[in-house]
Design a protein around this ligand. Sequence first.
Ligand SMILES: [Zn+2]
Length: 68
Amino acid sequence: MYVPDDPPATCPACGDPYDSVSRHAEGFVANLLDNERYRRVCFYPVSDDGDPAFDCYHHTHAQAGTET
Ligand SMILES: [Zn+2]
């Protein structure tokens, strides 16, 4: 996985600000049940030099609107 060269300002999946983004061309496991930093990860399909891939947008609890 790597970080895209030209990431968007906001998450293309939900429109919220995000903390970090990573691009994956292979499968992986995302388990946020015990993650204290991130509340949500959104997945957005992309093309990686013609191959299918997806970007993972990490939202903190504050960015996901769950902290007061
Ligand atoms: Zn999102």
